[in-house]
Ligand binder design. Structure first.
Ligand code: FES
Ligand SMILES: [Fe+2]
Length: 390
């Protein structure tokens, strides 16, 4: 379904119409679920660590929506993710040590295989009571230098597509990685990137810039928008020029950016005029950390096409890094402020008007799952920490 031609305003969905009706009827109309109380669907593959942060014989702590995990790589290189609680006395397994193909708890040295089963209890005798079987193991895979886990129904893991990074595999692009914790619900991040009308926020970095929505499409599980960026003068960060169409090729044509939320991930691509391959593309996942899902961890990969003279990209690298970090810092300031407002008001009182974002909100709502009520209660009490038990 193609929607959102310039000036198109008919894309608001039923629930958003209800939202506006609500104000007029004093709150008697049915209210759509508050998007910030919708949990992300666990039946997808989510990155929880960089592969490089889990070398052989190492274990790290990770988290998905309040479920703590111990991610470890065995001596032969296999990665596994276990519930981060020893079956014996609930001590985090991420405090343990890798021993060959097992993870050994730091306390009484019970050893676990990658499938969560206990392989050894050093002091077990014939007279000892029957020990537990083990702990939950999450299906685990690696791609693009990230460790992904499947936190949902394990029976669905094999049939659920993994993100694929062909440009990284082909070696045609160089990758800049991002790993940051942002204190907001993941939906604020999707809205931030898809709503390019916020370039005023970046005026100090990008100069004056006019984003024009060329059109967008939405459907089950996705929203995709195309914008043209026309520079309007003003000083901009040097890294911005290096990443735009003028970049290495020196083209002066306006940039056309395609931004897509393909649930639960998001991508952004810039394809220069007359070309088919993007000059750069961004892939990003916002992984809820706490059970109330008011904090997310951003795992991002900016893939920049290698120019004919590879040294040019090496020279540009620090400028591109500085530029993207500046933009990210400004976005983070805004989305964390949005989350604080939600926390203060206890509900979503946004008055969104952009049809594209109204569609996105509806899609995120219908793709998600209800938050664990215990998490919601805890969140209302304002007492949830990152490591809240699930
Ligand atoms: S708590 Fe893990 S072995 Fe005892
Ligand atoms: Fe931004």
């Amino acid at each position: 379904m193609v929607r959102g031609e310039p000036g198109h305003v008919a894309a608001a969905r039923e629930s958003d119409v209800i939202e506006s009706a609500l104000a007029e009827d004093g709150g008697r109309a049915p209210r759509p679920a508050d998007l910030r109380r919708i949990g992300i669907d666990p039946d997808f593959w989510y990155p929880v660590a960089a592969s490089a942060s889990v070398p052989r014989n190492k274990v790290v702590a990770a988290s998905f929506a309040g479920r703590r995990m111990a991610v470890f790589r065995t001596a032969t290189g296999t990665v596994a993710a276990l519930e981060d609680r020893c079956a014996h006395r609930q001590v985090p397994l991420s405090m343990g040590v890798v021993d060959g193909e097992t993870l050994r708890c730091c306390y009484h040295a019970w050893a676990y295989r990658g499938n969560g089963h206990i392989s050894q209890i050093p002091y077990l005798t014939r007279e000892t009571a029957r020990p537990p079987r083990g702990v939950r193991a999450y299906p685990t895979r690696e791609a693009g230098g990230l460790v992904f886990v499947f936190p949902g129904d394990p029976a669905r893991a094999a049939a659920t597509p993994m993100p694929d990074f062909p440009r990284v595999r082909a070696g045609t692009h160089r990758v800049m990685r991002y790993s940051r914790t942002v204190r907001c619900h993941y939906s604020f991040m999707h809205e931030n990137l898809l709503d390019m009308n916020h370039q005023f926020l970046h005026r100090g970095v990008l100069g004056k810039i006019r984003p024009d929505l060329l059109g967008y499409e939405s459907g089950p599980g996705f929203v995709e928008a195309r914008y043209r960026f026309t520079p309007g003068g003003g000083r901009k960060d040097r890294g911005a020029g290096l990443l735009s169409a003028e970049g290495f090729g020196g083209s002066s044509s306006p940039d056309v950016l395609t931004i897509r939320t393909g649930y639960p991930y998001q991508t952004l691509e810039l394809v220069p005029d007359g070309e088919t391959e993007p000059a750069f593309s961004l892939w990003v996942a916002y992984v809820p950390v706490d059970a109330a899902q008011r904090t997310c961890h951003v795992h991002g990969m900016l893939m920049i096409r290698k120019p004919r003279f590879a040294a040019a990209l090496t020279l540009a690298w620090p400028f591109i890094r500085r530029f993207t970090e500046r933009v990210f810092a400004e976005d983070r300031m805004a989305v964390e402020a949005e989350q604080r407002a939600w926390d203060e008001q206890g509900e979503d009182r946004n008055h969104e008007i952009f049809p594209l974002i109204l569609d996105l909100r509806e899609m995120l709502r219908s793709s998600g799952v209800p938050l664990d009520p215990a998490a919601a209660v805890c969140a209302d009490a304002g007492s949830c920490g990152v490591a809240m038990p699930s």
